[in-house]
Design a protein around this ligand. Structure first.
Ligand SMILES: Nc1nc2c(c(=O)[nH]1)N[C@H]1C(S)=C(S)[C@@H](COP(=O)(O)O)O[C@H]1N2
Ligand SMILES: [Mo]
Length: 252
């Protein structure tokens, strides 16, 4: 399918939603309202563009399912992939007191936060499911600071369309649109099941995006940047996932 006909899948929806006749106008509208994902040009473009566009038109504010405390998994599935070189072990030995989250890019006040700084900024908790694209899942309580609070604190600029976040491991990064970044359930987590967030689960700091699949939930987050475009990151598709055959938008 050509990129044009891919786009028509969603621009048709934009025509209906916006009540405006004319596909050429609809294509511009779809782009302006952020209905086209950054990996729209890949193998999975058609389905993902439709999925993402429809989600953005109809389900922007939907909440991920939250569970009761009794449903917390007794043995949460740990899929640790370790960036734990000597520097990490040293940081761990220091109780992660000096773990830094650098927030930069299109923000008025670039800021470096410690975990304690984040804890002072805001606290939210949720009992939600982590779902891996490979089929397993578990339920846990996640405690953290809403990413939205960090974006307010640093004064994210109106031009920002994406939030890109990184672990120190070069291949472990991903990105969200602003709707998902500001969603109340999107948290920079530092706690799990009433305790500190264990290293294996991403401690001291993990991005928790319960409306999307496991791979968006980057562990050991050390940098968050606000950007207008994803072109300058990796191969420009907003995530390493599309290169591996998975979608940038991984809504569940
Ligand atoms: N830094 C980092 N974050 C990561 C990964 C990783 O390998 N490194 N794996 C991702 C994938 S594919 C999944 S499914 C979840 C697994 O989370 P879990 O170990 O809590 O089950 O973490 C995600 N975050
Ligand atoms: Mo995964």
């Amino acid at each position: 399918m050509s990129p044009i006909s891919r786009r028509k899948l969603i621009t048709g929806g934009a025509v209906t939603a916006a009540g405006i006749a004319g596909l050429a106008a609809a294509d511009r509208i779809a782009a302006r309202y952020g209905l086209i994902p950054p990996d729209a040009g890949t193998l999975y473009g058609a389905g993902e563009t439709l999925n993402y566009g429809v989600q953005r038109l109809l389900a922007r504010h939907a909440m991920a399912r939250e569970f009761s405390r009794s449903m917390i998994s007794k043995t949460p599935f740990l899929n640790e992939v370790s960036p734990h070189g000597p520097w990490f072990k040293q940081a761990q030995a220091d109780g992660f007191r000096n773990w830094k989250l650098q927030v930069d890019g299109l923000v008025a006040r670039p800021t470096t936060f410690t975990v304690a700084d984040l804890q002072a900024l805001g606290r939210s908790s949720q009992i939600t499911e982590v779902m891996c694209e490979e089929g397993w899942s578990y339920i846990a309580e996640w405690i953290g600071t809403p990413l939205g609070a960090v974006l307010r604190e640093t004064g994210v600029l109106p031009q920002a369309r994406y939030i890109v976040y990184f672990s120190p491991d070069p291949d472990q990064w991903d990105s969200l649109d602003m709707n998902e970044a500001r969603h109340p359930q999107t948290l920079l987590t530092w706690g799990m099941n009433d305790g500190d967030l264990p290293v294996g689960f991403g401690g001291p700091l993990r991005m928790r995006v319960p409306r999307q699949l496991g791979y968006k939930n980057i562990k050991w987050v050390s940098r968050v940047t606000a950007a207008e475009s994803l072109k300058g990151f990796g191969d420009g598709e907003g995530s390493p996932a599309p290169a591996g055959g998975y979608a940038w938008y991984a809504g569940i």
